[in-house]
Design a protein around this ligand. Structure first.
Ligand SMILES: Nc1ncnc2c1ncn2[C@@H]1O[C@H](COP(=O)(O)OP(=O)(O)OP(=O)(O)O)[C@@H](O)[C@H]1O
Length: 610
């Protein structure tokens, strides 16, 4: 699926803001509640101390600065000493608050990421078919990051701001009721400005995020497919696509910058005008002897505090709303349930014999484009240890059929059995432990050769790893590397050749030692020698296991115990090569068309093998 900048909100459904999310989110903070309460207390103390400072400053002016010519500095010394003490305390509590709350936030975020990721791993291919990778990773990173704010700073900020606001307003009124009326009249204006412009800033921020996500999706696709891009010399096209996304985010960022400039300009104008008003009216009160100069200064400080707190309260509130939106996107994923129900009482399965039976199996993919059944009334009984080759035209349903065995999907009709029991009766991990999968496109994970082989059985010994590699014809090329089994394979195994990657994937399957094997034969040709080594490894792997192989090679088909010929979701022929060839029909046509030309190549292969 392509997701391009310019499309509406790629993979970012509009977030719902449900206040119940907060309770759910706070449940994640529960393990850290002691730290959180301590952090909150530290916040309250440091913002409470902030309220003392203007009062002290005012008394300092009245008690000292106005006594020009006096030599008694006791009050001055004491007040400044007190001020320093308060500043020091406030700094200590401020630092404690910052650390404690950051610790809570980081803990919550780590837990949330872990549980979200492990939940994602339980979901079925249907879910991953419906969601873009970029969207899922952005929920794991960006959205979880946004939520961090709520559990750490935002709640504490809101508490601190509430304390500051209530305290400062009360002290304002206590200092001068008349002046307070004048100052508080400006507050609605500040709130209205902050909300109007703040709301627009939030919307534009969302635009910026969406545009950046779109640009990232382009970059991600182009970088992971860089060989295709380069081979088609499509660099200018990709540059344009990415450039368009970046341009969009640039334009939105400029819009946001303009709004932010407008916001800070209006806020500072409102604040300073209010101060000028206070100075004007307060000056008159001082001149009339209704207010001391110290009280006026105290008042000014409180007024500034009230203005600042109101402005930052609206900011915190916006942040709070954003975080609730982000958390709803996270909980949406956590609420996704796998569409593969677990049995109430699973039948134990430690080592299957490997018999696989399809009884009247039918299957339809669900969703817009796939309402029709893809498999129709399949009836096949494969005894343990039999090698079955699946052949048929493209789209006949071969991959769909094998994907039912490890329950990547569940049948929509009939029953699929392993060892005579419905696969849905086993616990999913038990069932999948019996199945080995060697896909057409080998996927190795970044890490070492050893780690990749160990993937299916991490507790295997070094000797077992080596035996598996030998069985897969991989040991000699691995030991030829300077670092041997500790060679790093690079992302997706890019540092290895196609044939080497395949043999490591085979070694991985050998080590897992599954009873049922699913092979999707690679269609891309390897050179003869590599091909022969891979083929020999595969043949060794198949021995003694029930094997379903989506076959593209004549040799595989010929050597199979049985061939299932599929056409349009049905099994149209079933039998060994010679019998089917004699029968005529689709198999013979396919043989004539597809496989015969391989005969010459086969002869060459045989020569290479001997
Ligand atoms: N995830 C999916 N969602 C919807 N339809 C799908 C999905 N996967 C496959 N199909 C459809 O199911 C049908 C059978 O596909 P399937 O991949 O099983 O065929 P195939 O025989 O393995 O083909 P090929 O040899 O080309 O790989 C096709 O029509 C395909 O479009």
């Amino acid at each position: 699926m392509l997701s391009r900048p310019g499309q509406s909100a790629p993979g970012r459904p509009r977030a719902r803001r449900d206040p119940r999310q907060l309770t759910r989110l706070l449940a994640y903070a529960r393990p850290y509640r002691r730290l959180f309460v301590l952090g909150l207390l530290a916040t309250l103390v440091s913002s409470g101390l902030g309220l003392v400072f203007p009062k002290l400053f005012g008394s300092l002016i009245d008690a000292s600065f106005l006594k020009v010519g006096s030599t008694d500095t006791t009050t001055l010394d004491r007040t400044v000493g007190l001020l320093l003490g308060i500043f020091a305390l406030s700094a200590v509590f401020g630092a404690a608050q910052a650390y404690l709350l950051a610790r809570v936030g980081a803990g919550v975020v780590a837990d949330l990421r872990r549980s979200l990721f492990s939940h994602l791993l339980t979901l079925s291919p249907r879910f991953f078919g419906d969601h873009k990778t970029g969207d899922l990773t952005s929920r794991l990173t960006a959205d979880v990051g946004t939520v961090q704010g709520v559990t750490s700073t935002v709640l504490a900020q809101l508490a601190a701001q509430a304390v500051s606001l209530v305290g400062a307003v009360a002290l304002l009124v206590a200092t001068s009721p008349q002046l307070s009326l004048l100052t508080l009249a400006v507050i609605p204006l500040v709130i209205a400005t902050a909300f109007t412009i703040g709301g627009r800033i939030r919307r534009v921020s969302r635009e910026v995020q969406d545009a950046v996500a779109g640009a990232n999706a382009s970059a991600e696709e182009a970088i992971s497919g860089v060989r295709v891009v380069q081979s088609f010399t499509a660099e200018p096209l990709e540059r344009r696509r990415y450039g368009a996304g970046v341009q969009q985010s640039f334009v939105a960022a400029l819009k946001r910058a303009r709004l932010q400039a407008l916001m800070s300009g209006s806020m500072s104008f409102l604040t300073f005008s209010a101060l000028a008003l206070v100075l004007w009216y307060g000056g008159r009160l001082v001149m009339a002897g209704h207010l001391t100069p110290g009280n006026l200064v105290t008042f000014l400080f409180y007024a500034v505090q009230v203005g600042g707190t109101v402005a930052s309260l609206t900011g915190s509130f916006n942040q709070f709303q954003e975080a609730l939106g982000a958390s709803s996107r996270i909980f949406e994923l956590l609420d996704e349930r796998s569409d593969l129900p677990a049995p109430a009482r699973p039948v134990p399965l430690s080592r299957a014999a490997g018999r696989v039976t399809f009884q009247h199996v039918s299957f339809a993919y669900q969703g817009e484009q796939a309402r029709d059944a893809v498999l129709h009334d399949l009836n096949v009984d494969v005894p343990a240890g039999q090698v079955v080759a699946l052949v048929g035209p493209s789209g006949a349903g071969k991959t769909t059929l094998v994907n039912l065995i490890p329950r990547f999907w569940d049948v929509t009709g009939g029953q699929l059995q392993v060892d005579g029991r419905d696969v849905r009766d086993y616990a999913l991990p038990d069932l999948r432990a019996q199945v080995g999968l060697v896909p057409q496109e080998t996927l190795l994970f970044s890490g070492t050769v050893r780690e990749n082989i160990l993937y299916g059985r991490p507790d295997a010994s070094p000797q077992e790893v080596e035996d598996a590699a030998r069985a897969a014809n991989a040991h000699s090329f691995i030991t030829a590397f300077e670092a041997g089994y500790d060679t790093v394979v690079g992302e997706r195994g890019v540092k290895l050749s196609g044939g080497q990657r395949q043999r490591i994937a085979i070694a991985r399957a050998v080590l897992k030692d599954p009873r049922i094997l699913i092979l999707d034969e690679a269609t891309s040709a390897l050179d003869n020698e590599s091909e022969a080594l891979v083929q020999a490894a595969l043949e060794r792997l198949m021995q003694g296991r029930t094997t379903f192989v989506i076959a593209h090679r004549l040799s595989t088909i010929r050597n199979a115990d049985r061939i299932l010929v599929m056409d349009a979701g049905r099994i149209v022929q079933d039998g060994p090569h010679a019998a089917l060839l004699a029968q005529g029909g689709l198999y013979r046509d396919l043989y004539e068309l597809q496989f015969r030309r391989q005969q010459g190549e086969q002869a060459e292969l045989d020569a290479a093998l001997t």
